[in-house]
Structures are given as structure tokens and as C-alpha cells.
Design a protein around this ligand. Sequence first.
Ligand SMILES: Cc1cc2nc3c(=O)[nH]c(=O)nc-3n(C[C@H](O)[C@H](O)[C@H](O)COP(=O)(O)O)c2cc1C
Length: 260
Amino acid sequence: MKKRIIAGLVMAGLLMITGCGQSGADVNPAPVISEDEVQPVVTADASVSEREADTENEDVNGIDDQTSDTDSSGDTDETSAAGSSSDTLVVYFSRTGEQYGVGVIEKGNTAIVADMIVEQTGADVFEILPQEDYYPYTYDELTDVAKKELNENARPAYAGEVPDLSQYSTIFIGAPVWWGDWPMIMYTFFEENEDALAGKTLIPFSTHAGSGLSGFDRKLSSACPNSTVGTGLAIAGTDTQNDPDSVRKSVNDWLSGFGY
Ligand SMILES: Cc1cc2nc3c(=O)[nH]c(=O)nc-3n(C[C@H](O)[C@H](O)[C@H](O)COP(=O)(O)O)c2cc1C
């Protein structure tokens, strides 16, 4: 009986996604699933809440690239904040290649949101890049690899030096939802830097294909119990590519709640 209910929920999620009329790559639906189905339930910090961005698709627009270096997300290279006086940092993970509902993209959905946060806040930025980039270019293959990482509770290594976190009081942390959870590489970051993140305000954001914030806030709280987790923002990945003006408004409204 329980199995039937779960299967029904999964189907409902998939139907929601396929029924959204999203265009782009001819790819399978995003693995939109309830977070509890894929990951053991994480102790919740009920004090954090999720704010969903409600954006609609309109026309195509480009987002200015803020930096000169490009990489796997088509955006900022991992950036040490040497010499910076900002007390705000944006840490994010994002993929290019073939992505759900948007075809092949040159700049990752989450990277676009990260850029908007940087623009509005003047934050420094650190991109989580895999040390060994074995992630496939095609969407279906990528979902398989990500599922394997999730099942194995893997901790993929990331490249580069994390900037000295002591200078930051607020850190925005963003990633695509992968199988109803943070990509496993983000847990590598949380766990390796748990002590340095203690006492800071961590603010999660996701891009997704229907799963929203997927408990990013609760899971971040569990991984970094000595940090304060602020209200997260979830943005539909397709909107970042198709309706960036609306996304920018959602991002800026959300940021204004933190005084930016
Ligand atoms: C491996 C993988 C798993 C995904 N799992 C989900 C999911 O569980 N729920 C969801 O809403 N979207 C899911 N998606 C869609 C992505 O979250 C979405 O396309 C996101 O905006 C991609 O961001 P990026 O370009 O920054 O990587 C998944 C995509 C991939 C590649």
C-alpha cells in the first residue's frame, strides 16, 4: 500500500513536470521526487522557511557574464577573494551542457542566479568545480551518475582553494536540485568547511525543475549545525534561461529581506 502511494506521488511529480510545456532538449523528465524518498530524513531545523519564486516563461535574454574566465558552468572560475573587503560570499555549483527543459546551455542555471546575487550584493564568489570532471554532458547520463553518487552517499572532491571564510559573515550557497537533494559534491564542501562556517549566516538557493528548495535549508542546517540558516530561494531552472528579468526581480526581492 505504502509503495503504491509513493509510486503515485512520483508519477504525479513527473506529470507535473511534463505538463509544464517546457521547451528545449528532447530529454526525459527531471527526476522530480520527494526528498524523503531518496535520502534518509535529516533532522529538521523548523525555524527556516522556503520562499518559492514564482516566475513565468517569456522571451529569451542573455545575462552579462561578470568575469573573464569561463569554465564548466560557462561562468566564473573559482575565485579567491584575496584583497576583497566584502563580508558576503556566494558559493555555488552549476552545470552546463544538456539540461532539463532548456536544451544545451552555455551558462548553468544556478550560475545565472549566483551572478545576480553577486551583482546585487557585491559579494565575492567561489564556484564549486569538480576536481575530476567526470560528469556527462548529456542530461540522461548525468542523472545516472548523480543517482549513483546519491546512492553511494559519495563525497566527490572539488577543485581549488576555498577562500578564507573568516572574513565573511553571510554566505549564499546554491546548487541545482539533484534527485531531491543537494548534489553530493556540496556535502563535501559543507563537511570540509563545517568549522569555518560555524557562526555564519548561510542562505541556500536552488534551481530546479519542479522540486523547489527540496529541503536545502534543513539539510544545510544538519550539515552545519553551528551556522544560522536563512530563508532560501528556489528558482525554476528554465526561467533563468527564458525569463531572466523575472528571476532577477525575485532574487532582488529576496535579497532585500536580508538588507541588500
Ligand atoms: C542529475 C540531475 C538530477 C535532477 N534532479 C531534479 C530533481 O530531483 N528535482 C527537480 O526539480 N529538478 C531536478 N533536476 C533539474 C535541475 O535541478 C535543474 O535543471 C537545474 O536548474 C539545473 O541547474 P544547473 O544548470 O545550475 O546545473 C535534475 C537535474 C539533473 C541534471
